[in-house]
Design a protein around this ligand. Structure first.
Ligand code: NAD
Length: 248
């Protein structure tokens, strides 16, 4: 532990799995107190219980609910924690062709991927009275198009746009807001994505200049940097973590 996040309190949504769990661990390793939240409360509690250091919380939290956001911030205050970092990470993935639009899948993604991030920004803006930093987890699909990604890309493009709007609006309050854009990262969501695409992973990897998928910890390291003081002059940025996929 080298303490890059000492004295900091960071809330991570979707922390029960994948990138959120890895970010929680990486932030705690650097001294942050982590509030790990997930709609699957038991998984959030497991993440929190496995973190180094003391005082972490694991909470049940549906990011689509304004009241649930109010409740997790209340729980943080009740534990004496003033949140100064937020990772809007919870997300859903539904892949379908335009000809067979899955309207329920799109509506669900709009709720979690877009409304969830908007609510997170709102509650963080209220809570971060002494400034802070937000990382919104978008995707390469928020930057470029691909077959089957029309609906998911719409939600992740919205996250990119909201990030820039929030950076503009909240900069005066000392709040930095950045988006990250991962390519395929080895998580349960990516497994489901490969399944939905019915594509051989080895074939997909050939699209990546680095010839492989990323790991949750590689994404967590970028989240850590953007939340830390090392990124003090970085706001409104879109950072790809994609092994060069979108460089081509
Ligand atoms: P994951 O499925 O492993 O984890 C997502 C977590 O979000 C789960 O624990 C789930 O319970 C939680 N969640 C779902 N709905 C929720 C809700 N309403 N409220 C609170 N929590 C909820 O996925 P992951 O791969 O770790 O994805 C994390 C983020 O990274 C997502 O926003 C995803 O879109 C994005 N992303 C992932 C990849 C990838 O390849 N894995 C690539 C680009 C972007």
């Amino acid at each position: 532990m080298s303490g890059r996040m000492a004295e900091r309190v960071v809330m991570v949504t979707g922390a029960g799995s994948g990138i959120g769990a890895a970010a929680s661990l990486r932030l705690a390793e650097e001294g942050a107190t982590v509030i790990a939240t997930d709609i699957d409360g038991a998984s959030a509690e497991r993440t929190a219980a496995g973190l180094p250091g003391e005082g972490h919380l694991g909470l049940s939290h549906d990011v689509t609910s304004d009241e649930a956001w109010a409740a997790v911030f209340r729980a943080a205050r009740a534990a004496g924690l003033k949140v100064d970092g937020l990772v809007n990470n919870a997300g859903l993935l539904s892949l379908h062709p335009i000809h067979a639009l899955d309207i329920d899948g799109l509506q669900a993604m709009l709720q979690v991927n877009v409304v969830g991030v908007a609510l997170g920004q709102k509650h963080a803006a209220h809570a971060m009275t002494d400034g802070g930093a937000i990382v919104n987890v978008s995707s390469v699909a928020g930057l470029v198009g691909a077959p089957m990604y029309n609906s998911y890309g719409a939600t992740k493009g919205a996250v990119r746009a909201m990030t820039k709007g929030a950076a503009s609006e909240l900069g005066g309050q000392g709040i930095r807001v950045n988006s990250i854009h991962p390519g395929v990262i080895e998580t349960p969501m990516a497994e489901s994505g490969v399944e939905q695409l019915k594509i051989d992973p080895a074939r997909l990897k050939r699209f990546y200049p680095l010839g492989r998928f990323g790991t949750p910890r590689e994404v967590a390291n970028v989240i850590l940097f953007l939340l830390s003081d090392e990124a003090a002059f970085v706001t409104g940025a879109e950072v790809t973590v994609d092994g060069g996929l979108t460089a081509q």
